[in-house]
Write a protein that binds this ligand. Structure first.
Ligand code: GCO
Ligand code: MG
Length: 404
């Protein structure tokens, strides 16, 4: 096989929908051959850019593009301290770009390179949110009209947080600013919401909900017991990764299916909950674990334990990252569902070849590799922005800072 080497690695930050996306481009010794990968850690994007430019690029220049596994392992070990979100995202950018290049060399779309299709379309779910039940229901109906059958339902976003206003939260004197929420009010509002959704909209749709790490073990237990009657497709991130082992107690006491993992960065976090079958869906954020190479292994590991995939698909993920995981969705037998946050018009211009959705199913294109391009000139029209971090400063009524 002809040796093709890495000539240069570039990083771009662009915000076509007001969210900083980080894209890595790996250029090769063949002028027309390059690949793109997603390295989006939007809340620390500058650190990811530095990691790629200052560490990975100098280390990888001149290396053969063919041996992705060797490059991945080398990148992982090269900082000695590893498995953190900044470096994993940087690694993912290079890793996905190398898979893109591999597909181009093979002249195959990634799913085909991985072994071919296990299905023809990718079932996706969308989010319905609003400030009251009626608004959420309106949103659900709009999504149904567009053909979606899986809908994640929220009211007041994560933690039922209405900026602390609607909940009449009593705070102590001198309480810090923050995104206040009240666990009991939050849980009650979600139960009311699902009660109405099932009676007004019916049982035809599959529903899910994201707790976003807002509850304690005992709160989650009580919550799931009440939720059982609404037959959720899954309940997401009821506990934080730091408490992943507590899933044991949930599993023993409730029939609600669990999805977990968008914050995972280290295999020690997912191995026990999969091996013990405490969760039903793995939801890692691909770039946060280091890209496609570890995700393929993780998906196969999950298959052995009957755990299905539901990769994280928020809007702080580039269309390249979304397409990369959709190739896994096409290929992996144990695919479950794909979260999808849509693309706006600007993203579709900046990233030609975005996956398309029709009647609740997503489709990747059949171009070689990941199949999504990156128009550098168009991207430059949407330079990096200062993002609003305020929602991340989550607090309990007495002002205690908690996970967002
Ligand atoms: C989800 C999520 C996201 C995260 C976001 C953080 O889609 O399930 O929890 O919306 O909050 O990716 O930046
Ligand atoms: Mg989530």
């Amino acid at each position: 096989m002809e040796n093709i080497t890495i000539r240069d690695i570039k990083v771009f930050v662009t915000a076509p929908r007001g969210i900083n996306l980080v894209i890595v481009k790996v250029e090769t010794s063949e002028p027309e051959l390059f690949g793109y990968g997603c390295a989006t850690f939007t809340w620390r994007h500058k650190a990811v850019v530095t990691a790629v430019e200052e560490y990975l690029c100098p280390m990888l220049k001149g290396k053969s593009v063919h041996n992705i596994e060797d490059i991945w392992q080398t990148m992982m070990g090269s900082s000695y301290w590893r498995n953190g979100p900044v470096l994993n995202n940087a690694i993912s950018g290079v890793d996905e770009a190398l898979w893109d290049i591999k597909g181009k060399l093979a002249n195959m779309p990634l799913y085909s390179l991985l072994g071919g299709k296990a299905r023809e379309g990718i079932a996706v779910y969308r989010h319905a949110d609003g400030s009251c039940i009626e608004e959420v229901e309106e949103c659900i109906r709009e999504l149904q009209a567009e053909g979606y059958r899986y809908i994640r339902c929220h009211m007041g976003t994560y933690g039922g947080n209405f900026g602390g206003k609607r909940q009449q939260i009593v705070k102590p004197r001198g309480a810090e600013n923050g995104a206040y929420y009240h666990p009991r009010m939050y849980m009650d509002s979600v139960i009311k919401l699902f009660d109405r959704v099932r009676s007004d909209i019916g049982w035809e749709i599959e529903v899910m909900h994201d707790v976003h790490e807002r509850l304690s073990l005992s709160e989650t237990l009580a919550f799931t017991k009440e939720l059982e009657q609404f037959k959720l497709f899954f309940l997401e991130d009821s506990l934080s990764p730091e408490q992943a082992n507590f899933y044991k107690y949930l599993r023993e006491q409730t029939a609600v299916p669990f999805a977990m993992g968008e914050l995972f960065t280290n295999p020690v976090e997912w191995i026990p909950i999969i091996q013990n079958q405490w969760i039903d869906f793995i939801r890692v954020h691909l770039s946060d674990i280091g890209g496609l190479t570890p995700a393929i292994k993780l998906a196969n590991f999950c298959e052995a334990y009957g755990v299905r995939t539901a990769w994280h698909g928020p809007n702080d993920l580039s269309p390249i990252g979304m397409a990369a995981q959709m190739h896994l969705d096409m290929h992996c037998h144990n695919f479950g569902i794909q979260e999808f946050s849509g693309f706006n018009e600007a993203e579709e211009v900046v990233f030609p070849g975005c996956p398309v959705v029709n009647n609740g199913y997503a489709y990747v294109n059949d171009r070689p590799g990941i199949g999504v391009g990156f128009d550098e000139k168009e991207a430059a029209k949407y330079p990096a922005i200062e993002m609003n971090h305020s929602w991340l400063f989550s607090r309990l009524p007495d002002g205690t800072a908690v996970r967002p």
